[in-house]
Design a binder for this molecule. Structure first.
Ligand SMILES: Nc1ncnc2c1ncn2[C@@H]1O[C@H](COP(=O)(O)OP(=O)(O)O)[C@@H](O)[C@H]1O
Ligand SMILES: [Mg+2]
Length: 267
């Protein structure tokens, strides 16, 4: 495939029906899909909680998070870890509590800066959210959560549904929450995380029937146990590209109308 031009560049936000449903796995599969299409791509985990100390040499090392490392391995553009994850927290718990424990408050600006930088270096950026769609990032009167983060980043959203008991309700609630914020839902990915689930196909068909008429296409089904690089071939990222193109058309139109206004004022 030819290299995308600026306007075709892709960035999307990966939301999940819950924690542990396969957001990282699906993000890695998407990155492999972009890489296999010849695009330069990078993953991003804006906030990660739960790290291990990795010793690189005697007395030297750094804190590492598994999601961050998986995304970095699936991407093709080498970038500093700070860009992949601007908020790396050590305690494996909700980010607002991990931040509290470290005496920091999670703010959006380092995330926005890192995303801008990643987008300037890669053709496709995949931003993995945290847990389900509404995970607190900071509490209190001016608190915020991951849904606010998705709005702030203004990226098309891809919903990863972990196909297990309860997923229909979780998926429908999450779709409602994403739509209620005016975000563009580019599609959903079915991830078979429970190999023993009864009637898994019927559950996927039920969601297809419910979400298809809402213009939320199924982008792919990730089989149980298949490595992300191989599962990538089953993903159609066309609808994500289309959503990004639609968004940049809107941005272009806004920019054009701003220009006209400035010229009008000048004349
Ligand atoms: N399709 C799959 N087949 C087998 N194991 C999977 C699959 N998807 C996810 N997993 C495993 O399930 C766990 C949770 O997946 P992960 O992608 O980390 O979820 P999340 O990012 O939503 O928390 C991980 O151990 C991962 O390797
Ligand atoms: Mg993850």
């Amino acid at each position: 495939m030819s290299q995308p031009n600026r306007i075709d560049r892709i960035a999307c936000f990966i939301a999940g029906t819950d924690t542990g449903v396969g957001k990282t796995h699906a993000s890695a599969a998407l990155l492999h899909a972009f890489a296999q299409a010849g695009w330069r791509c990078a993953g991003m985990k804006p906030i990660a909680s739960g790290c291990e100390w990795v010793e690189e040499a005697a007395g030297r090392g750094e804190w590492r998070n598994e999601d961050v490392e998986q995304l970095r391995m699936a991407g093709t553009v080498p970038v500093p870890r700070q860009l992949t994850c601007p908020w790396l927290l050590r305690t494996p718990c909700s980010p607002h509590l991990a931040a509290q424990a470290e005496g920091v408050r999670i703010e959006p600006s380092p995330i926005e800066r890192a995303l801008r930088e990643l987008r300037s270096r890669a053709d496709a950026v995949v931003v993995e959210g945290v847990g389900g769609f509404r995970v607190p990032l900071a509490s209190g009167p001016d608190g915020w959560d991951t849904a606010d983060l998705a709005v702030r980043l203004a990226l098309p959203v891809v919903l990863v549904v972990g196909i297990r008991l309860g997923c229909l309700n979780h998926a429908m609630l999450t779709v409602e929450a994403i739509r209620a914020r005016g975000l563009r839902l580019a599609g959903w990915i079915a991830n078979r995380i429970d190999p023993g689930m009864a009637l898994a196909d019927a559950n996927i068909d039920t969601l297809k029937a419910a979400l298809g008429p809402q213009q939320i296409p199924l982008l792919g089904v990730l089989p149980w146990g298949l490595p992300a690089a191989e599962a990538a071939t089953g993903i159609d990222f066309g609808p994500i590209a289309a959503a990004c193109a639609a968004d940049s058309n809107i941005t272009e139109t806004r920019a054009a109308s701003r220009l006209v206004t400035e010229q009008d004022i000048a004349s």
